[in-house]
Structures are given as C-alpha cells and as structure tokens.
Write a protein that binds this ligand. Structure first.
Ligand SMILES: Cc1ncc(COP(=O)(O)O)c(C=O)c1O
Length: 362
C-alpha cells in the first residue's frame, strides 16, 4: 500500500488515489499508442476523445440542460474575474456583486476596473461569518448580471441554496465547491471553476455558459478573452492544457463510478460532520469561524484560544502526518480543506486528533 498523507491542502489539493494510479499506468503509453497523452497533437483523435468525454461527463454529472456550452479555458479562475465583465458588463448597465469574503472581493475589484458595479449584498458587517440569504440579494432590474462566490475557500462559508435572480443572469464562482453536491445549473447563466480543488490539477478552468448570455457578449475583444472563440471551437482554438484535461476526465469518471453528485454530497456531509462535531463538542476550545447555516462542506475553518496554541496544534498535527491545516496567510487560524477526494479516514483521523489535542491542552 502506498503511504498517503492526510492531505487537507486548500488547492492544489488531494486527488483520488484511483485516478493517480490510472494516470501512472497510462503515463508512458496512453491507450496503447506508444506515447503519452502529452506527446501527441491536441487535434489527434485520441485527445479529441478525451476532450469530448470530459465535456459530456460534465454535462451528465451536473445535469446541464440543453442551451449551455461547456468550455475548458486557461488562466485560472482569476482570469474569469476579468473575462466576465469584459464580455458581459455593457456600458449603461451595472453588475451586482455579492460580497462574501476574499474571493468575491477579488472578482468585484476586477469588475470595478472594467465597468459599473454595485454591491448586491454583503456579509461584511457580520465579519463574513454568514453568507447573505437569498432574499437579501439585490438583482436590480436591467442589471448586466449578479455574481456570487458559491464557496469562500478562505473564510470557509458556502451558500446552502442559490438565489433566484429572475431576468438578471446569475454568475457563480464555484471554484472550490463544484461537484461537491448536485446543483440546479438552470439557475445560472454562467458557472466557472478552476480545476485544482475538486476537478483535477491546476491549468484548466471549467466554464459552463448559457447560449442566451453568449449571444450578448461584447464584440471586438482580444481573441483569447472572448468566450465565443472557445465556444465555437470546442475549447480547441489554441493548444489546451492537455494533461490537466486528461486528469480532469479521469476525476469525472471516478465521480460517476462512485455514484455521482448525490452520493458525493452524502459522503461530504458524513465526513465533515466528524470535524464539525469535534468543534461543536469542544466546549469552546475550538471556535468555528462560520455560522452553522453557512458552513462549508469543503473548507472548515476554526480558531483556538491563542496563536501559541494554534502553532502547537499545527506542529503536532504535522508530526502525525496531517498536511495543509494552517489557515490562509491573510486570516490565520486553522483550515481543513475537505474536497471530494479527501477520504473519510483522513477526516476521522483529524477529528480524533482534535479531541485528543483538546484533552491534552484544554
Ligand atoms: C473561490 C475561488 N475563486 C477563485 C480562485 C482563484 O483561482 P485561480 O488560482 O485558478 O486563479 C480561488 C483559488 O483558490 C478560489 O478559491
């Protein structure tokens, strides 16, 4: 058995062991062609098959209705922060941003440099301990779109349900929770997600965009920054990140083999409950940083009584084989990222470690 770390990294993050093993098997000789997938043209039938399989698995797993395009882009989710307003924030219209923490703020700031924006709702007064509820989100009539961040990777909050924005297109950054549960894609006009948390390695960004919205995209943009370019060419306009798409395809197959997104949600709820229970049952030794109704299934954040104690927690956890528990450098504290590929056993081991640490230090 390969010895695997208890990997709680925030991204790039844990990948399913089965996927890594299959990639290892196929690394030198992909499907009997005598070359690796990285050594052949992206216009070869072998690569086109990988690209097509991955696109149709995205549609199948998420239940993407007809009238949407699935794109595989580059530049990370951060490039989407700019591409979205460049393509869809027309003069004379404003785009609403729902502010839930660091990532939403980055998307908002990028849009502010490109066009007119407004704050559709903000969780700032409460210190981002909760995401705004659907009724608080202002979808102004005639707005270009409303943008939200489904899961705040740094704060550790997540929307339990998405708002209904009526005629105003809803755009979602699902970078850190895509495919952690079933969603109703039809609520969104555009979804984007960097792959490096739940879908595979970094290098590819998934975009799901509605044809209606695509038709309204700005003309005259630089070729690579126009969604239309990629939609017209099945994401093969230029050389794609072939290895990232290949691994993503394996991850999507793994998701399907393991029962799809309903099974994944049950699995994620069960395994994160172990850690949330360790927080809630600690009599205040661990303090959750997000209100229960907005807690994330993907990033669990908590504090201990002092920085000194947190340093000791990290030090001791590392000795026990835990990786990635240090909170983001902007906020500190502790963060356990529990993406789809993080096994139940890792979460159980962390909950046990937390209980033991509390008994020794409480
Ligand atoms: C919610 C969210 N949005 C956007 C990003 C930025 O992604 P990228 O590094 O792919 O640009 C991240 C990265 O962690 C994220 O968690």
């Amino acid at each position: 058995m390969t010895k695997r770390a208890y990997n709680f990294n925030a991204g790039p993050a844990a990948l399913p062991l089965d996927v890594l093993k299959q990639a290892q098997e196929e690394f030198v000789d992909f499907r009997g062609i005598g070359m690796s997938i990285m050594e052949i043209s992206h216009r070869s039938k072998e690569y086109e098959q990988v690209n097509d399989e991955a696109q149709s698995l995205v549609k199948e797993l998420l239940g993407v209705p007809s009238g949407y395009q699935v794109l595989f882009l580059q530049g990370g989710a951060s490039t989407q922060f700019a591409m979205i307003p460049m393509n869809f924030l027309k003069q004379g219209k404003a785009a609403g941003y729902v502010l839930t923490g660091s990532w939403a703020d980055k998307a908002y700031k990028e849009a502010q440099g490109i066009g007119e924006t407004y704050v559709a709702a903000t969780g700032q007064p409460g210190g981002f301990r909760a995401v705004p509820n659907a009724a608080e989100i202002e979808a102004r009539p005639g707005a270009a779109y409303v943008h939200l961040t489904s899961n705040e990777t740094i704060a550790g909050s997540q929307f339990a349900a998405y708002p209904d924005t009526g005629d105003v297109p809803l755009i979602g950054d699902l970078s850190s929770d895509i495919m952690c549960r079933p969603i109703d894609v039809s609520k969104f006009s555009l979804i984007y997600a960097g792959a490096q948390k739940n879908l595979g390695p970094s290098g590819v960004t998934l975009v799901i965009v509605k044809d209606d919205l695509l038709e309204q995209a700005a003309k005259g943009l630089p070729t690579m920054l126009s969604y239309g370019t990629h939609a017209k060419s099945k994401s093969l306009y230029n050389t794609p990140p072939v290895y990232s798409v290949y691994i993503m395809n394996l991850v999507l197959k793994w998701l399907k083999q393991n029962g799809g997104l309903e099974a994944m949600e049950r699995f994620n709820r069960d395994k994160t409950k172990l850690i949330y229970d360790a927080i809630d049952g600690s009599g205040g030794f661990y303090e959750g940083l997000v209100d229960p109704g907005s807690r994330s299934l993907m990033n669990i954040t908590f504090a201990l009584g002092s920085e000194e104690l947190e340093k000791r927690f990290i030090r001791e956890s590392e000795k026990e084989g835990f990786v990635g528990l240090k909170g983001h450098r902007d906020v500190g504290h502790i963060r356990a990222s529990t993406y789809n590929a993080v096994p139940y056993e890792s979460c159980k081991a962390l909950a046990d470690f937390m209980n033991d640490f509390r008994q020794r230090n409480g």
